[in-house]
Design a protein around this ligand. Sequence first.
Ligand SMILES: Nc1ncnc2c1ncn2[C@@H]1O[C@H](COP(=O)(O)OP(=O)(O)O)[C@@H](O)[C@H]1O
Ligand SMILES: [Mg+2]
Length: 251
Amino acid sequence: MLDINNLTVSYKSDKKLVNALGPISMKIATGDIYAVIGPSGCGKSTLLNVLSGIIKDYGGDVKLNNEDLNPKTHNIGLIPQNFGLLPWKNVQKNCTLSLKIKGKVIDSSTSERIDYIQKKLDIYSLKDRFPNELSGGQKQRVAIARAFIMNSDLLLMDEPFSALDAITREEAQELFMNMWNQYKTTTLFVTHSIEEAIYIGKKIAIMSHCPGNIIKIIDNPLFNTENLRENEEYLKLSSLLRTIIKKGWKI
Ligand SMILES: Nc1ncnc2c1ncn2[C@@H]1O[C@H](COP(=O)(O)OP(=O)(O)O)[C@@H](O)[C@H]1O
Ligand SMILES: [Mg+2]
């Protein structure tokens, strides 16, 4: 369980503190996947940066599995928009980077897991390549592989597919859901695509303008549905979300 309690973040601007996020309180059950949508600048990346440990100065408290959130002891995966690969490391080393950082020994069962995930994501034959020798879709698959290889307690994805073209994005969404259905890692998935939110979010959390609050959480009956756009319920839910956006992210 991820338990976020009265979380607030302020940034310094012209020597003044400006509230950028919250207060946010929400509980995310282990094995759940939330799509988070909200207006540009409302604090989505700030929220993920707190949860990943990049921002340490925040108000309120965050607990993961009943312990104070601690990026050193918890296993937290972050997939940023630009894929987050190290250009000077090859695919294999990028895939195992998080294990190395955590000081994990790669034993035979871990090695099998790595091979399995790389094969599933179709990057097994690219192990020796460097990021600049990969297409956008391949880079994204390496980032997804890394996140599942590290077996995270919490996976954070910040508009991870927005840099991909439409067809590659759909492939990446499907491959990601394939992996997610197998490992059911607790996930927060920030997106600005309504369609992506409806495909990927078991729940859809909607944020208000900056400083962002969670204004609504929708149980998504269409989660994981194939041929989503042909579904009648899809049209209803996407038009509800579009109405909220038209009203200026208000309900
Ligand atoms: N390092 C920073 N210093 C000052 N203000 C920031 C910083 N990072 C983000 N902000 C501000 O905080 C708000 C939330 O930003 P962000 O979390 O990036 O929004 P989102 O990801 O939803 O687009 C914005 O108003 C942004 O301008
Ligand atoms: Mg952002």
